[in-house]
Structure formats: C-alpha cells, structure tokens
Design a protein around this ligand. Sequence first.
Ligand code: HEM
Ligand code: HEM
Length: 184
Amino acid sequence: MKKRYSPLNQALHWITALCMFAILPLAWVMINAKAGSAIQHGTYNWHKTLGCIVLLVTVFRIGWRFIDGPPPYAERVAAWDRHLAHLVYWLFFAVMIWMPVTGFMESAYDGYPIKLFNLIQTPEIFAKNDHMASLFAWLHGLGQWPVYALIILHLLGVAFHLIFTKSGVLGRILPEHALDPNGL
Ligand code: HEM
Ligand code: HEM
C-alpha cells in the first residue's frame, strides 16, 4: 500500500506552496509601492504571473487527484482529523481558483493585462470598465482572508501531527527516505 503522495503530486504541492508564499509578500509590496514605479510594475507582474501558475497547477491537480489520489492515512489519524484535513484541502483548491480568476478579471477590466514573467505582454481582452474592476478588486481582496486562515490551519495541522500524534503526516508529502510516513 502506498504511503506517500506520488512524486508528481509532491512536486505540484511544493510548486504551489512556493508560489503562494511569494504571491502574498509580492501583493503587500506592490500595493504599497510608489505608484507607477518600476518596482510596482515588476511586483504586480510577478504577482499575476505566479497567480496564473497556481491556477493552472490547481486545475490540473484537481483532475489528476481522481487518477492519482492521496495515500491512505495511518490508523492513528482520527476520523475528525481526516475530515478536517480534507475540508481544508478542498477549500484551498477553491481559493486557489477564486483568487487568480478574480485577480485576472480585475486586471483585465482595469486596463492592465498581464505581462507574463515581467516580459511577455498579453493582449487586452475587455474594454476598460471601472465598475467591474472595482467589483473584482473587492472580491479578490475578500478572498485573501480565507487564504490566510487556511494557511494557518494547514500549518497548525502539520505542527500538531509532528508534535503530538507523531503520525508521520509530513512524510506523506516528502520524497522517499525524508521522513517515515508511518510515524516519526
Ligand atoms: C493564488 C493567487 C493569488 C493570491 C493568493 C492573491 C492575493 C492577493 C492579495 C493578498 C492582494 C492584496 C489585496 C489587498 O490588500 O487589497 C492582491 C492584490 C491584487 N492582485 Fe492578487 N492574488 C492572486 C492572484 C492574482 C492574479 C492571477 C492576478 C491577475 C492576473 C492578481 C491581481 C491582483 C491585483 C491587480 C491586485 C491589486 C488589488 C487592488 O489593490 O486593487 N492576483 N492579491
Ligand atoms: C500556501 C502553501 C500551501 C498550500 C496552498 C498547501 C496546500 C495543500 C493541499 C491542497 C494539500 C492536499 C493535497 C492533496 O490531497 O492532493 C496539502 C497537503 C499537505 N501539505 Fe500543504 N500546502 C501548503 C504549504 C505546506 C507547508 C509549508 C507544509 C509543511 C510544513 C505542508 C504540508 C503538507 C502535508 C504534510 C500534506 C499532506 C497531509 C495529508 O496527507 O493529510 N503544506 N497541502
């Protein structure tokens, strides 16, 4: 019986995590940077580019999960704990679609199409519309709160298992020989 997520699922998890941990500080810098400065343009473009990568990876992951799913949990992991973990994952998947889509729509209606990797300009797809831009800006801003809450819950969950249950949960998302997924 498999004990770990497959290497592909592990890689996709860590690519997403790295992107998320870059997207958030980029957001805080870009919205506070001097308007029109090179640093503001650069941080916006990288925020948007990494957000699009998260969207693509997440859509793929959701489909792929049905073919190559998570490994079964160790018996020691309680039923309530598994349910909570699954709830957090599905909410994560939902916000990782919600955030890029609302961010994309905001930029498109605001007349600022994405410059991928701060290099490749993409075309304008909508006419500028301030009302729609502020609606999507509001939806995008609102979505950050569940993102923060889920990251905190997820990391508390990992810490709880590492410290108290020692059920090897972290090993499930790490390569062979990193940690024993049957317990520390
Ligand atoms: C998982 C992906 C994403 C996350 C977690 C995320 C998160 C955030 C956060 C936390 C802010 C600051 C909100 C505030 O304080 O008002 C923000 C702002 C922004 N994001 Fe994203 N974002 C993501 C993807 C995207 C994408 C793909 C785009 C565009 C293609 C985008 C465009 C923007 C824009 C234009 C703002 C400025 C909002 C404003 O002040 O009007 N974001 N994002
Ligand atoms: C913002 C960053 C992160 C996001 C969005 C995220 C999201 C996810 C998601 C959606 C899953 C479920 C995967 C699936 O079932 O297909 C997962 C699993 C997991 N993540 Fe993260 N993660 C993040 C950061 C981290 C970090 C920093 C750690 C370690 C400290 C971590 C440890 C784990 C572990 C151990 C699992 C497997 C747990 C289990 O099988 O129940 N994650 N993560």
